[in-house]
Design a protein around this ligand. Structure first.
Ligand code: KG4
Ligand code: ZN
Length: 346
């Protein structure tokens, strides 16, 4: 809100294979969240085909935007700003939503706000859980990144630490491949761990007690390779469940250690997890238990807002709107946009 006035933002998301538009009120109230998925279309190719994704976005984008406004019961003139994801993602796909948003902002004479998709996934939490109060510590862990963030207020974050090599999800995927238990690795390792002993093998935990908020997972992966190799050389079998459980525990210990370090150093009121690894129940359970000692709540995103959607983009855009941080209409799509880089793009 600005004064007593509600802020209505039309947000558009087309970074991969979902064509999505949403109308979000005051950053946390979703009036419409329309997602048109192309998943079935790409399934027969065994993955997203970028050229097909772009063409389908072009076909769907206008109807999806119109449906979002109709569902929200909001007219064009009532919008305060238009936002769109500009990275990371497939460049041809990003361009469709970005161009639509820029054209609308221009025609309606409203501010345009370009949003980093990864930040959107984090803000999905703020929509799911109205109870989240700042300051917030957030761990975002996926197959591509592992970052620990601090939000003094919901509108701005700083990166406390990141992985220096592999992402946590990547470590799960690589270890699952070594154990030959399937892809994606996270759910496979978690399942295999259920019958294993987490203390069976003492895998390394780099940076566990050092002075930084950084992570490292490549040494752990190497330790698993060495362990398997060693066992093979000696002609001994392995207990897959024990390796999986011991590996998983090492990752969890490293993630939790840095979150607790942040909780001790900053005046934190809430802790949130985002990204694919946040689905790990053992991580959530152990972290929640540790945080209870600090009387701190742990939030993870609702499943409905975990997959790509535009409501999360509209949430980030609201805080940007409040700060008066708009993007130029010259903003281009950035396929490899990293967390933190969006601050230089207005
Ligand atoms: O955020 P996400 O869906 O996609 C991107 O990487 O952008 O994250 C996928 C990652 C994969 O590496 C997958 O193995 C991991 O999240 N993951 C898990 C679990 N479910 C998914 N890792 C650990 N435990 C899980 N239950
Ligand atoms: Zn996504």
């Amino acid at each position: 809100m600005q004064g007593d006035r509600d802020i209505l933002i039309l947000a558009i998301e087309t970074s991969c294979d979902e064509t999505a538009a949403a109308v979000v009120k005051n950053g946390r109230q979703v009036l419409a969240n329309i997602v048109s998925s192309q998943v079935d279309l790409h399934r027969k190719f065994g993955g997203v085909v970028p050229e097909i994704a772009s063409r389908k976005h072009l076909e769907y984008i206008n109807p999806v935007i119109e449906q979002a406004l109709a569902t929200a019961g909001v007219g064009w003139s009532e919008l305060d700003a238009v936002a769109a994801t500009y990275g990371p993602g497939l460049v041809g796909a990003l361009l469709v939503g970005l161009s639509a948003a820029k054209a609308l902002a221009y025609v309606l004479d409203k501010p345009f706000i370009g949003i980093n998709h990864i930040v959107g996934h984090i803000y999905a939490n703020f929509i799911s859980h109205q109870g989240i109060t700042s300051p917030v510590v957030c761990l975002t862990v996926s197959g591509g990144h592992t970052d620990l963030l601090f939000f003094e207020e919901l509108g701005a974050y700083r990166i406390l630490g990141s992985t220096r090599d592999d992402a946590a999800g990547e470590a799960f995927d690589k270890t699952a491949r070594l154990l030959d238990i399937g892809y994606p690795g996270g759910p496979a390792i978690e399942k295999a761990s259920k019958d294993g002993k987490a203390t069976a093998i003492n895998f390394p935990r780099p940076f566990l007690n050092d002075d930084t908020f950084d992570f490292s997972f490549s040494g752990l992966k190497t330790a698993v390779i060495n362990y398997l190799h060693h066992k093979k050389q000696k002609g001994e079998g392995i207990i897959v469940a024990d390796v999986a459980a011991s590996f998983q525990q090492a990752v969890i210990d490293m993630l939790i250690a840095k979150i607790l370090k942040a909780v001790q150093e900053f005046p934190v009121k809430s802790v949130i997890l985002s990204g694919g690894v946040a689905a790990n129940k053992t991580l959530k359970q152990q972290l929640a238990e540790k945080l209870a000692r600090y009387s701190l709540p742990l939030y993870t995103p609702d499943l409905s807002l975990c997959t790509d959607n535009a409501a999360m983009i509209g949430s980030v855009a609201y805080y940007r709107y409040q700060q008066g941080r708009f993007s130029p209409l010259s903003l281009n799509a950035r396929a490899n946009l990293k967390l933190g880089e969006e601050v230089n793009d207005g």
